[in-house]
Design a protein around this ligand. Structure first.
Ligand SMILES: NC(=O)c1ccc[n+]([C@@H]2O[C@H](COP(=O)([O-])OP(=O)(O)OC[C@H]3O[C@@H](n4cnc5c(N)ncnc54)[C@H](OP(=O)(O)O)[C@@H]3O)[C@@H](O)[C@H]2O)c1
Length: 290
């Protein structure tokens, strides 16, 4: 369990992006399975779901509401604001005061909530990855919405260490959501720094977007009678106590497999082999190969 602001969540949660259509745009073809995945996640104990109203747009939040409302008392739904989708599926940075107000109200309406548990400000200065640029204006606007009672907690996504430091001067930052996995470890120092203050680090693409491929991962998985994705998840859980996981899937079978990774223990030998492969992959810096 991990204390996320005023909430307590299991470290292994669920990210809903795969429940929208391809490229997180439009609806998914299999509506019934999407609802089943969400219900199964909660039935199996997930109490931390990551979403955004720009998935679809509006698709995943409406699915969450349809599948799970009225929500269990302990369910924490974390969302993201700061981007919009065009009708052609393009992405647009959307961080004006008006954009953020609209995004918060869209999330509230589509999720059927009066207050959002966690809202991540997703920075978008150079495409989708972290890039420098001041977040002062949008984060100040979001903090104002928090003071108005529309948001319980604020987090940051796709941010650099400088932006985390800037953000901490404006409001309490309870989590950071950046790309990180066995093969992409740019944020190692960020994770350790956040661990010192009990701030959650939530890797997006924990499985590498597409499942990571590696002979080491496969060998370790085989030796433990586990699946490679389970080893990738178990490694992240082992990596630092402040890591919260939101692996994405559109499949009930994969969801069960991913959640079962909580019981996969990694012996010292496996950790050493993974560390070596991971270091090599990080040096290459081009994922998803470990
Ligand atoms: N802040 C941001 O900018 C940002 C960006 C991206 C994502 N996110 C968040 O992070 C969450 C996770 O990211 P993600 O879904 O893009 O990537 P991910 O979790 O790294 O990987 C998802 C991919 O792995 C596959 N997969 C999942 N479990 C599997 C299993 N047991 N066996 C085989 N394949 C499996 C999924 O396919 P199937 O559907 O077939 O299982 C899907 O293709 C998202 O849901 C979203 O909430 C945030």
């Amino acid at each position: 369990m991990f204390t996320l602001g005023s909430c307590v969540v299991r470290r292994l949660g669920y990210g809903v992006m795969q429940l929208a259509g391809p490229g997180a745009f439009g609806p998914q073809a299999d509506h019934a399975t999407a609802l089943a995945v969400l219900r199964e996640a909660v039935a199996l104990g997930v109490n931390h779901i990551d979403t955004s109203d720009f998935y679809g747009p509006h698709v995943t939040n409406r699915l969450i509401r349809k599948a799970l409302h009225p929500y269990p008392d302990d369910l924490v739904i974390a969302t993201k604001v700061g981007a919009q989708r065009g009708p052609d599926s393009s992405w647009r940075r959307a961080v004006s005061r008006q954009d953020l107000l609209q995004a918060v109200h869209n999330n509230l309406r589509n999720l059927g909530l009066n207050v959002l548990d966690v809202v991540n400000l997703r920075a978008m200065f150079d495409g989708h990855g972290p890039a420098e640029g001041s977040i002062d204006g949008p984060l100040t606007a979001l903090a104002e919405l928090q003071r108005q009672g529309l948001i319980r907690h604020i987090g940051l996504s796709n941010v650099t260490p400088a932006q985390i430091a800037e953000g901490r001067k404006i409001c309490q930052v309870i989590c950071v959501q950046n790309p990180y996995n066995l093969a992409h470890r740019v944020d190692d120092a960020v994770i350790d720094d956040l661990a010192g203050s009990g701030t959650a680090y939530v890797p997006c693409f924990p499985l590498g977007g597409l499942p990571l491929q590696s002979s080491t991962l496969s060998d370790v998985a085989q030796s433990l009678s586990a699946a490679p994705v389970q080893v990738a998840i178990a490694w992240l859980l082992h990596r630092a106590p402040n890591i919260l996981l939101i692996p994405g899937t559109s499949s009930v079978v994969h969801l069960r497999q991913n959640l079962a990774a909580a019981t996969v223990a990694l012996p010292e030998q496996a950790l050493a082999a993974l560390a070596q492969a991971s270091a090599k992959a990080s040096e290459r810096a081009d994922q998803p190969a470990v």
